[in-house]
Design a protein around this ligand. Structure first.
Ligand SMILES: *[C@@H]1O[C@H](CO)[C@@H](O)[C@H](O)[C@H]1NC(C)=O
Ligand SMILES: *[C@@H]1O[C@H](CO)[C@@H](O)[C@H](O)[C@H]1NC(C)=O
Ligand SMILES: *[C@@H]1O[C@H](CO)[C@@H](O)[C@H](O)[C@H]1NC(C)=O
Length: 302
């Protein structure tokens, strides 16, 4: 009577050992390297206090530009390889777990409600390879106070752009995008809202502030989107302090030339920061990057 279940149990072990191996062999080396950086990005953003229990970062699939990689709905600090999902850019639907082909369809845990932030930004900007959404507290005063735009106050934050950060406010949306009978909880829950957010980006600004909510950041690489997210946060603090120090007087911001040139320089600084941040998350005792297992991060990233 007890023999049959034991047999099934053994068959189960054999399958669970061999299926992941088989699916790993099918994965390209670049998807694995990109996912190493995606886990590091999630952990670093938490370590640097850019995201908390909420927020998410993604990258365009390096082997298929119609797809992106992001975790399912989990706190970024807790992401492991088994939380990474491959999504369609076309409609933000799930293709499957990136590192476990035995989990398919409804068995894949639910994604972030706001994954449309990512899919619509990738759709609108073919050169964007990474997207971050966060509720970073330091930037919220500027998201709520349209009369004082967030500007680039420091050479590590040129991603804010030379015209300041635009603000996305659901109250300005037409009823066709946000009908009265649809929930007004500020979340980007569908393609129409994601598209409206993506259209808010202007000129050389890589960030959109979201009134009462947070921000969305776009970049041409994953490591850059983390770098930008962190320094946008620092910049908001510096700007607020400068305004207070000057008794409300508008502080000097980087001009167009300075934004362009510091953006070029910032790209050369990302690798050095990444090396430090990866070591910090390795030593923190909270984060598990089971694809890197304590090895140093690659000198070149995604
Ligand atoms: C790339 O992704 C799209 C959307 O998921 C899919 O239809 C297409 O078959 C993929 N291309 C390759 C070469 O796998
Ligand atoms: C989502 O888009 C993909 C790629 O275009 C398509 O194959 C799939 O059927 C779509 N899914 C839904 C639910 O619309
Ligand atoms: C893949 O998912 C199955 C089903 O949840 C699980 O039993 C297995 O441990 C997973 N594989 C890995 C490598 O985690």
């Amino acid at each position: 009577m007890h023999i049959a279940p034991q047999k099934y149990f053994l068959v189960g072990i054999v399958f669970s050992v061999f299926q992941p191996l088989a699916s790993c062999q099918e994965l390209s080396a670049s998807v694995t390297s990109a996912s190493i950086d995606l886990l590091d990005a999630s952990h670093i953003l938490h370590f640097l206090d850019v995201v908390d229990a909420f927020g998410h970062v993604s990258l365009r699939n390096p082997v298929n530009s119609s797809q992106f990689l992001m975790t399912f709905a989990i706190a970024p600090a807790q992401a492991t390889s088994q939380s990474i999902v491959t999504y369609e850019i076309e409609n933000a639907t799930t293709i499957g777990l990136t590192f476990n082909s035995s989990v398919v369809g409804a068995a894949v845990p639910t994604g972030f409600a706001e994954r449309f932030i990512h899919s619509e930004i990738y759709k609108k900007f073919p050169n964007v390879l990474a997207v971050l959404h966060s509720h970073t507290q330091e930037i919220l005063p500027f998201a709520n106070q349209a009369s004082v735009p967030l500007v680039a106050e420091m050479h590590t934050a040129p991603s804010i752009g030379s015209e300041g950060a635009p603000i996305f406010d659901i109250r300005t949306l037409p009823k066709s995008v946000l009908p009265d009978d649809q929930i007004h909880d500020l979340l980007i829950r569908n393609e129409a809202l994601g598209d409206a957010l993506a259209q808010t980006f202007i000129g050389d600004s890589q960030v959109v502030l979201m009134r009462g909510h947070g921000m969305a950041v776009r970049a041409s690489s994953l490591r850059e989107v983390v770098f930008s997210g962190f320094y946008i946060k620092q910049d908001a603090t510096v700007q607020l302090q400068s305004i207070l120090l000057g008794g409300g007087k508008k502080p000097k911001a980087l001009d167009q030339r300075e934004v362009t040139d510091t953006a070029t320089t910032a790209k050369t600084l990302v690798g050095r920061a990444w090396s430090l941040w990866a070591q910090q998350v390795d030593n923190a005792g909270l984060y598990v990057n089971d694809l890197r297992n304590g090895a140093p991060p690659s000198p070149t990233g995604f």
